[in-house]
Design a protein around this ligand. Structure first.
Ligand code: FAD
Length: 309
């Protein structure tokens, strides 16, 4: 089986999310990558070194500069003439591109896979991760998004893939790039961090969220996350949200501060290796998944913990 994997990149750097999709693709067969963008020679070089990759296709075109899905998807749909399966990470970018590719190819998408059981059979979470469905696809061409936390990351070094230029399919004129606001942070990225400190509604305000959560995260070299309630209340930016409708994470250590442990939050973090919960309510559902629980007032515990570290 020949597979084509979407390379996610930003600012000339290949993003980690690509690596889990490469591992998933390698379970299906031969792995090729596609790098779409403008001035992406450096990304293609990085992609060619990923272990297990045989070919890197590079579409370098002004119409692909901002990665608009309306221009990237037709390009991939055309390239799929040579491939049996297209895989993308189940990230914001992948979830923007893959459904369009599936629609253009007139096949169903197999979303957020957790494992490859056979070339046509996959597992994926349903009901916010409370049940795992085994799905079988009879489509001749498969379009798949891959849950990054479910597969090991392919090694960044060790490969020497052939690099080939492919033509872009041009600007489809369906959308245009207006601008973007990117939150810059010295902290690790949420989806690839080893440690995450997340804050919930209990923090009470944006000021208190940052005054308590940020210093603890900085002491631990951790990324900062948040519950949806904290995001909706404006205590933390949108891209901090962990959960069913936020990011799916599985760090070594996840510290949930003033988070109740609603099922939709658990859906995004319950695969973390060690879960630490700080909550004043000993019956909070978060304690059912926590390995270490601290019952008490976070406004007392968190500063003490930060100081002792
Ligand atoms: P709360 O549930 O209000 O919990 C606050 C906790 O803080 C309580 O347990 C309380 O005991 C504790 N507390 C209060 N004061 C203190 C103190 N001083 N010290 C210590 N502890 C204290 N939620 C997500 O997080 N991510 C998602 O992706 C997501 N997606 C959703 C999708 C859908 C379709 C729906 C319907 C909901 C979704 N939600 C999501 C919302 C989810 O159901 C919860 O409402 C949300 O997770 C609650 O956030 P919280 O735990 O911060 O707040």
């Amino acid at each position: 089986m020949k597979t084509l994997v979407l390379v996610e990149h930003e600012g000339g750097q290949l993003k980690d999310a690509t690596l889990a999709a490469v591992t998933a693709a390698s379970k299906l067969g031969d792995v090729s990558l596609i790098v779409a963008g403008s001035g992406v020679g450096g990304v293609a070089e990085q992609a060619a070194k990923i272990a297990g990759v045989t070919r890197v296709e590079v579409a370098d075109d002004a119409s692909l500069e901002h990665g608009l899905a309306e221009n990237v998807a037709p390009l991939i749909a055309e390239r799929m003439a040579d491939y049996d399966a297209f895989l993308a990470p189940a990230t914001t970018t992948g979830k923007n591109v893959a459904p369009r590719v599936a629609a253009l190819l007139d096949v169903m998408q197999i979303s957020d896979i957790l494992s490859v059981e056979a070339q046509d059979t996959f597992t994926r979470p349903i009901y916010a991760g409370n049940a795992i469905a085994t799905v079988k696809s009879a489509d001749a061409k498969k379009v798949i998004t891959v849950r990054g936390t479910a597969f090991e990351k392919a090694a960044l070094e060790g490969g020497s893939a052939e690099v080939a230029q492919v033509g872009g399919s041009g600007d489809k004129g369906l959308s245009s790039f207006v601008g973007q606001e990117v939150a810059h942070s010295e902290r690790p990225e949420l989806t690839s961090a080893n440690i995450i400190v997340s804050g919930g509604r209990a923090l009470g305000s944006s000021e208190q969220f940052h005054a308590l959560i940020d210093p603890l995260a900085d002491k631990l070299g951790a990324a900062v996350g948040a519950s949806r309630a904290a995001v909706d209340a404006g205590y933390a930016p949108n891209d901090y949200q962990v959960g069913q409708t936020g990011k799916i994470v599985a760090p070594e250590v996840y510290i949930a501060v003033g988070i109740s442990g609603a099922i939709q939050h658990l859906a995004g973090m319950k695969d973390s290796k060690t879960i630490v919960a700080i909550n004043k309510d000993e019956d909070a559902p978060i304690f059912q998944v926590a390995d270490i629980g601290l019952v008490g007032d976070l406004f007392k515990i968190v500063p003490e913990l930060t100081e002792k570290l």
